[in-house]
Design a protein around this ligand. Structure first.
Ligand SMILES: Cc1cc2nc3c(=O)[nH]c(=O)nc-3n(C[C@H](O)[C@H](O)[C@H](O)COP(=O)(O)OP(=O)(O)OC[C@H]3O[C@@H](n4cnc5c(N)ncnc54)[C@H](O)[C@@H]3O)c2cc1C
Length: 248
């Protein structure tokens, strides 16, 4: 059953790159906004006369913390309708109409295999929520590889935070991949996300003779998600192991 539309308020914003902004949203009429890491919310934005053409969905980037506040990370699409409104007309104090949480892009109930979280750009949102949730709740897990892709260093999202978490969280590895940077630092990759996770998988296979048993979660825009799914199937993974969240 669909949830009711609720009023919410933007309580804080922060530009994270030249085209990406963090939005902190509060739903005052709820004491707690309960969701599972990986879920999304939908806004009804005043951008079109037809109701269903006004709806835009955004994955929740924060972990559930029992409060009525959550974080989103949104990239501006200059030729779109919704994001120019969110970036140019919406400020701290603005009211929006929201529905959620929605979606089934959530973690397996037991993390008994490696977890590959593969994304580009703001596709990192659900994975940031999952990783913080696992850390905060000390959920037993195997290796977690967060493979994040963007073009240049200036496009990177949450990198220092996740590199910091990598130091304190056992078996968590953050792999930022830069497709347009030739010279990268330690722990960073030059190239697309696909080369990165393939290298990790192949290293395991040459060491043990088998593919690492794993769950794959892919999130972001269609091209990357389609290519990653195809690559993983070619490597020999079953499609049941691959979970997708498509942004468009
Ligand atoms: C489950 C889910 C979660 C998502 N989570 C996030 C998230 O966390 N962060 C995030 O940044 N995004 C997320 N998205 C994407 C988001 O919902 C929007 O699609 C995105 O913000 C673009 O919205 P927009 O209204 O600005 O662009 P739109 O108006 O929807 O346009 C999108 C693109 O289509 C093109 N376009 C628009 N109208 C036309 C037309 N008539 N003909 C041809 N092309 C056209 C535009 O050039 C634009 O580039 C998510 C999507 C889904 C489904």
């Amino acid at each position: 059953m669909l949830q009711p539309w609720l009023k919410c308020v933007v309580i804080k914003t922060e530009d994270i790159t030249h085209s990406t902004r963090r939005f902190w949203i509060q739903i005052p009429e709820l004491t707690s906004f309960d969701f599972e890491p990986g879920q999304f919310v939908t806004f009804d934005l005043p951008i079109h006369e037809q109701r269903n053409k006004r709806w835009r969905s955004y994955s929740i980037a924060s972990a559930p913390d029992g409060s009525n506040i959550f974080e989103l990370v949104i990239v501006l699409m200059e030729d779109g309708l919704g994001t120019p409104h969110l970036f140019n007309d919406v400020t701290v104090g603005s009211e929006l109409i929201v529905r959620g949480p929605q979606g089934k892009f959530t973690m397996p109930p037991v993390l008994d295999k490696d977890l590959f979280l593969i994304c580009t750009g703001t596709g990192i949102a659900p994975f940031r929520s999952m990783v913080h949730y696992i850390d905060q709740h000390q959920i037993p897990h195997q290796r977690i590889h967060l493979v994040f892709g963007c073009r240049e260093f200036k496009d990177s999202l949450y990198e220092s935070e996740l590199k910091y978490l990598e130091k304190s969280m056992v078996n968590f590895y953050h792999h930022p991949c830069f497709s347009r940077e030739l010279s990268v630092g330690q722990g960073q990759y030059s190239g697309y996300v696909h080369a990165c996770y393939k290298t990790i998988i192949e290293a395991h296979r040459s060491e043990t003779g088998i593919l690492p048993p794993a769950y794959f979660y892919l999130c972001g825009w269609k091209n990357m998600v389609d290519d990653a799914k195809k690559t993983l199937l070619e490597i020999g993974y079953d499609k049941q192991a691959i979970h997708l969240e498509l942004y468009g």
